[in-house]
Design a protein around this ligand. Structure first.
Ligand code: ATP
Length: 215
């Protein structure tokens, strides 16, 4: 059965590094559907600059027209910290038998053992990790051990069971980050070609990054 992909993030703002990574993994994992899930209140970082509803609107604008890409607003609607494990538990209840793949960049994966109830994540979903410029796969520690026990190079493993494997995959390396983008915008430069035009338009119209201090 084709897995459902879940791509969580702050998306403050969404950029081509997210979109290309999501697109390549959707193809490699043969996902029918990849859901972008913007965090309402991301628990492991400073508060986002743009409001959750605006980040969701930018995600919607960025993915419009791409078959299989969907925006899932459950973390924006939910009160309290946006724990990934809660989102995955909700999806598991909706799709009891369907494989679910949580897509993360390598930087996010390296912090996963500090996430809320992180071991339950592997009971609820597979994890597909995209290489990201400047980050290496762990070879030791809890996550190094997890990779050696649960790592697989076979996409078929992600279709044959509902959860529990870790798949690391190289994607086209685009050294774009939302932090750099916010800095570009606040310093009066143009983010064009780093984010979709429709996202540029929302940023320009709302001034959501230009007036505020960078983090
Ligand atoms: P910030 O700079 O604000 O921390 P970010 O660019 O890392 O933001 P997030 O929304 O925090 O973006 O990331 C969501 C997910 O996308 C994470 O799993 C992250 O690892 C991944 N990701 C972000 N940028 C890239 C990129 N350029 N290439 C591959 N993965 C990425």
């Amino acid at each position: 059965m084709s897995p459902i992909g879940i791509f969580g993030g702050t998306f403050d703002p969404i950029h081509f590094g997210h979109l290309r990574t999501a697109f390549e993994l959707m193809q490699v994992l043969e996902l029918e559907e990849l859901r972008f899930v913007p965090a309402g209140d991301p628990p492991h970082r400073d508060s986002p600059l743009a409001a959750a509803g605006l980040r969701l609107a930018m995600v919607r604008a960025a993915i419009a027209g791409q078959p299989g890409f969907k925006a899932d607003d459950r973390e924006v609607r939910r009160d309290g910290p946006s724990y990934t494990v809660t989102t995955l538990a909700e999806l598991r209840a909706e799709f009891p038998r369907r494989p679910v793949c949580l897509v993360v960049g390598m930087d996010a994966f390296l912090g996963m053992d500090r996430w809320h109830q992180w071991r339950d994540i592997l009971r609820l979903a597979h994890v597909a990790v995209a290489h990201r410029p400047g980050w290496r796969a762990p070879t030791e520690g809890t996550l190094g051990q997890l990779l050696s026990e649960r790592g697989t190079d076979h996409v078929a493993d992600l279709r044959q069971s509902e959860a529990g494997s870790v798949f690391v995959h190289p994607v086209t390396q685009l050294e774009i980050s939302s932090t750099d983008l916010r800095n570009i915008i606040v310093s009066g430069r143009d983010p064009r070609y780093l984010v979709p035009d429709a996202v540029c338009e929302i940023i320009r119209e709302t001034g959501c990054y230009s007036q505020q201090a960078t983090r």
